[in-house]
Each structure stands twice: as structure tokens, then as C-alpha cells.
Design a protein around this ligand. Structure first.
Ligand code: GN1
Ligand code: MG
Length: 352
């Protein structure tokens, strides 16, 4: 790995690469040098992202756009060029390597340590949304077409159930039934988009709390990371995925399901943070659809984890045999909990 790193224009001599982060798709390493300068090396999964050049074009355009609007260089990710002036290395057509400056003095959380942290992450994603409000969406490559098209995700689940290539379907009948019961409502947001009732925005599409870097001292937002899925999308997707992940009182792969529930306190804090920054730029209809975004993103991730389990865990990295099934189950419990808190979720949006 050090020979790859050596091809980037670093300050100091790289002396080690340590795997870090909790991404399910790419491999991420902290690069330590003989100077107090740290870098982040990533090997991008080109199985998931086959259009490596299109993806990097998006990342470059989006970071350049945001850079014009910030004061502190830590407020936007910064790619480090190679010694021959390229922004990344692409080898054999499918080995994509890139290096970012490490965001100094930052922390990244898998779970909010306080309500305030989560409010700040709402501000962070609201700011991201606002910074890109004047970005020409049509110039972005749609790196994963239909990424949040929930009905398409259901089609994939149906195929996986029919093929049942691992003979696992009979063990997860309850889980399958849970998601199929909700299939009829899966097209609500895509329907509103198709009929022109919701505007297409530039969205992040993977708004997990651990994609926000907070300042370790002030605990205020620095920047958003993981820009690989920045594509045209709906505001409700970004709001919703953030709630799914960060307002849950348990981690995404918690095995003790009695711990899994959505905290209305966290939900309110995120909503306040998010809408304080971008609320006025959203239409009334968009604001109304935010709770449905949360429910839908939870169902969608649930069916993606279940589909991957049925297909033999080929998409998301797993650390134990039933990891994807555990993840699918937390999403079920969370969906049910949101459904039971539906009136409150709607009311909080109105109040905020
Ligand atoms: C993946 O790369 P990572 O771990 O931040 C996935 C998201 C899922 C998420 C679930 C490109 O995100 O869509 O919501 O796992 N990214 C891709 O934790 O599929
Ligand atoms: Mg990530």
C-alpha cells in the first residue's frame, strides 16, 4: 500500500497505513507520515461504482463548488494530487485510489453522544444542501442510477427471493413478509417527483452521522465526507437517511432489538438543525414529505440488507455471518417504531 501512497504528492514520507472508518463499501486507511501531517487513502469499490471517472468528476466538481463558499479549509474535503498532477490513480480500469487531506481536529461519530451533536449534524447536512442549491445538477453523473428508487429496490428483493441462491429465504420468512407488507407505499416519493410535485435537488444520498466531521473542540460541523453518491435526489432522502441512522438509539447492526427505537428528541434536534439552515429553501410540500423520507429510507436500507443476505453478502462488507440479517432486523424495528410515532413526527415538522 505504501507504494501506492508514494505516488501522491505528500508532505513528509509515509510510514504506515492503518485501516479505519466504518464504511460498508470502500476501504479507507489513515496514512501516517514522518511529519505531523496525516492523510486518508481510499480504495474505491469499483464493483459498486463502475464509472470511476464519472464518480471522481462529481467529487472534484462538488468540492470545488463548496470550496468557493467556505473560509476554513477544513470545511470541505480536499483531494491530494499525485506527483504527476492527477487527482486520483485508476489502474487496470478498476483499481481506483485517492487521497484526501485528513481533517485536522475533527471527530466522526457512529452514534450521537449528545442531542446537541445530532442537532449539529442536521446543520451540517442543511448547509451541504444549501451550498449545492446553485450547483448545476445536470452536470453530475448519476453514478448509481435509481439509487433511492425504492420500488426498484423492491424489484431486486423479489428477484433475490425467487433465485434464493443461498437457500436462505425459508429462514427469513418473517422478515420478507414485513417488507412486502409495506411495498404498496414504497412509491410515494418517486410518484410525487414524477408528477412534478417535488423538485429534484443535488443531494448527498448517504447522510449517515458518520459522514459528518465535527470540530473536536466546539463540536460544530466542519465538513461532510463520503461524496461518492452525490447525485440528483430528493431533500426527503437526505433528511430521512440521517434520521434512520442517527436518531436510532442503537447502532445499525445492534443484535439486542429491544434497544432499537427512534428517539423523538433526536428527531426534533436534527429537524431543528437541518431546517434552520435550509428550511426556507424547501417547498412546503418538501417539508411535509420529510417524515416519509425517514420511514422510506429505513425500509429501503432494510430491504437492501435483506437482499444482500439472500444473495450471499456480496454488496455490503460484513464482519460476521448474519451481519446483513442483523442490520435488516434493526431497520424493521425502527420502521415499526416510526410508524407508531407517525403523528408526532409530522407534528414536530410543523412546529419546527
Ligand atoms: C453504505 O459506504 P457507506 O457505508 O457510507 C451504502 C449506503 C447505505 C449504508 C448503510 C454506495 O454506505 O447506501 O445506506 O451503507 N452506500 C452505497 O449503512 O451503497
Ligand atoms: Mg460513509
Amino acid at each position: 500500500m505504501l507504494d501506492i501512497v508514494a505516488r501522491f504528492k505528500l508532505q513528509g514520507t509515509p510510514i504506515g497505513c492503518i485501516e479505519f472508518g466504518s464504511g460498508h463499501i470502500n476501504r479507507t486507511y489513515l496514512v501516517v507520515t514522518n511529519q505531523p501531517h496525516l492523510y486518508v487513502l481510499q480504495n474505491v469499490n469499483t464493483h459498486t461504482f463502475p464509472d470511476a471517472r464519472g464518480l471522481m468528476r462529481n467529487v472534484i466538481m462538488v468540492t470545488e463548488h463548496i470550496r468557493k463558499k467556505v473560509q476554513d479549509p477544513r470545511q470541505v474535503l480536499e483531494l491530494v494530487p499525485t506527483v504527476d498532477g492527477q487527482m486520483y490513480i485508476l489502474e487496470d480500469g478498476n483499481q481506483l485510489w485517492r487521497v484526501y487531506e485528513y481533517v485536522n481536529g475533527s471527530i466522526c461519530l457512529d452514534q450521537a453522544e449528545s442531542v446537541e451533536d445530532f442537532r449539529q449534524s442536521g446543520k451540517a447536512f442543511g448547509t451541504f444542501q444549501r451550498q449545492l442549491a446553485d450547483f448545476p445538477a445536470e452536470e453530475l453523473t448519476e453514478v448509481i442510477p435509481n439509487f433511492h428508487h425504492t420500488p426498484r429496490r423492491y424489484e431486486a428483493l423479489h428477484r433475490a427471493i425467487e433465485q434464493d441462491c443461498m437457500n436462505r429465504a425459508s429462514q427469513v420468512k418473517e422478515e420478507i413478509a414485513f417488507f412486502l407488507e409495506r411495498e404498496a407505499s414504497a412509491g410515494e416519493l418517486t410518484g410525487l417527483l414524477a408528477s412534478g410535485q417535488l423538485p429534484l435537488r443535488v443531494t448527498h444520498n448517504d447522510t449517515k452521522l458518520n459522514n459528518v466531521m465535527l470540530d473536536e473542540k466546539t463540536r460544530e460541523p466542519l465538513c461532510i465526507v463520503d461524496l461518492d453518491t452525490v447525485m440528483p435526489g430528493l431533500a426527503a432522502y437526505d433528511f430521512g437517511d440521517a434520521i434512520r441512522f442517527g436518531a436510532s438509539e442503537a447502532t445499525e447492526d445492534e443484535r439486542d432489538l429491544s434497544k432499537v427505537r427512534m428517539s423523538l428528541e433526536l428527531y426534533r434536534a436534527f429537524t431543528e438543525g437541518f431546517l434552520s439552515v435550509c428550511g426556507e429553501s424547501l417547498t412546503e410540500r418538501e417539508r411535509e414529505t420529510l417524515p416519509e423520507g425517514a420511514r422510506l429510507m429505513t425500509i429501503e436500507n432494510g430491504i437492501r440488507f435483506l437482499t444482500d443476505y439472500l444473495q450471499g453478502d456480496t454488496y455490503f462488507h460484513i464482519a460476521r455471518p448474519e451481519h446483513n440479517l442483523d442490520r435488516a432486523r434493526t431497520q424493521m424495528v425502527l420502521t415499526r417504531d416510526m410508524e407508531s410515532k407517525w403523528a408526532d413526527m409530522k407534528r414536530i415538522i410543523r412546529e419546527v
